[in-house]
Design a protein around this ligand. Structure first.
Ligand SMILES: C[S@@+](CC[C@H](N)C(=O)[O-])C[C@H]1O[C@@H](n2cnc3c(N)ncnc32)[C@H](O)[C@@H]1O
Length: 256
């Protein structure tokens, strides 16, 4: 079997398999001179692409995307949707998901129950003594603004790479008037973790091993590292907290 020296991002693998499925179905229908309605042809392409993706070990949700992609294209063409709508949708998606293609960390939001559960892991309030909290990949800033409201004795920082979520959270913080809270447009890998007492991450399985190395190297002794939902391979957390929310989230807590 052909072994690549690197594994391309899942989106590229998905695209290659989609093209392979299309070429395969086209070849067979031409070879046997089979005439199919466009939507049937597209549905077979979708099923083929999903099957190939299964064998290529893409994540389950890719199989659904692969299955629906070609029928969706054919349906959109049949409905004669104005191309401008696609352009607008593309630009919005680009601004929201930005480098998800590379990072494999899309935007999805933690629940209010997660925000509330995080309150317990902030350092105890002491007169004249503050603390610093960072949300690496801060999305729309919900975690930051909630904690900033509940515990005004801390400072809250967020780092977010996608432009639209960054802008949204920046405005949210500005309009709420939290002076001890700020969000920065940037890459979490450039964020110095030694400045923080609590580091919170809700990312994806993809960066967790590298993030753990960064946390181990940079975080100060006694500081708390919290990952929502995604664990670090081979690293047993000190505590896990199950959250009774829609996603059945779990907070995994490590003390450095
Ligand atoms: C799953 S969302 C979590 C949002 C927020 N922390 C929450 O709990 O609601 C992950 C966020 O991390 C951002 N992100 C992914 N990779 C990043 C990177 N390398 N640097 C900064 N932000 C990143 C994504 O754009 C996305 O908004």
């Amino acid at each position: 079997m052909l072994k690549l020296p690197f594994r391309p991002p899942p989106a590229i693998v998905a695209l290659i398999l989609q093209c392979a499925a299309f070429a395969g179905v086209l070849f067979i229908t031409q070879l046997f001179d089979i005439k199919l309605p466009a939507i049937v042809f597209a549905s077979i392409c979708g099923l083929m692409a999903a099957l190939l993706s299964y064998f290529a070990k893409l994540a389950r949700w890719w199989l659904i995307i692969q299955c629906l992609f070609t029928p969706a294209v054919v349906t959109a063409l049949a409905l004669k949707v104005q191309p401008n709508y696609f352009l607008v949708a593309f630009v919005i998606m680009l601004l929201v998901f930005w480098n998800t293609f590379r990072t494999q960390v899309p935007l999805y939001l933690s629940s209010v129950k997660v925000w509330q559960a995080l309150e317990r892991f902030l350092p105890q309030a002491r007169p004249g003594q503050g603390f610093a909290f960072v949300d690496i990949g801060s999305g729309l800033g919900g975690v930051l603004t909630h904690l900033a409201q509940i515990r005004p004795d801390g400072v809250y920082h967020g780092v977010e790479s996608a432009p639209l979520p960054f802008l949204w959270s920046w405005l949210r913080i500005r309009l709420s008037g939290y002076h001890h809270c700020r969000v920065q447009w940037g890459d979490l890998w450039g964020c110095e973790l030694s400045d923080y007492d609590v580091v919170f991450a809700y990312l994806s399985p993809a960066p967790m091993e590298r993030l753990w190395q960064k946390a181990k190297t940079e975080m100060k002794p006694g500081a708390i590292f919290i990952s929502s939902t995604f664990t670090v391979p081979g690293q047993l957390p000190l505590e896990t907290v199950k959250i009774d929310d829609l996603h059945q989230s779990t907070l995994l807590i490590w003390r450095m």
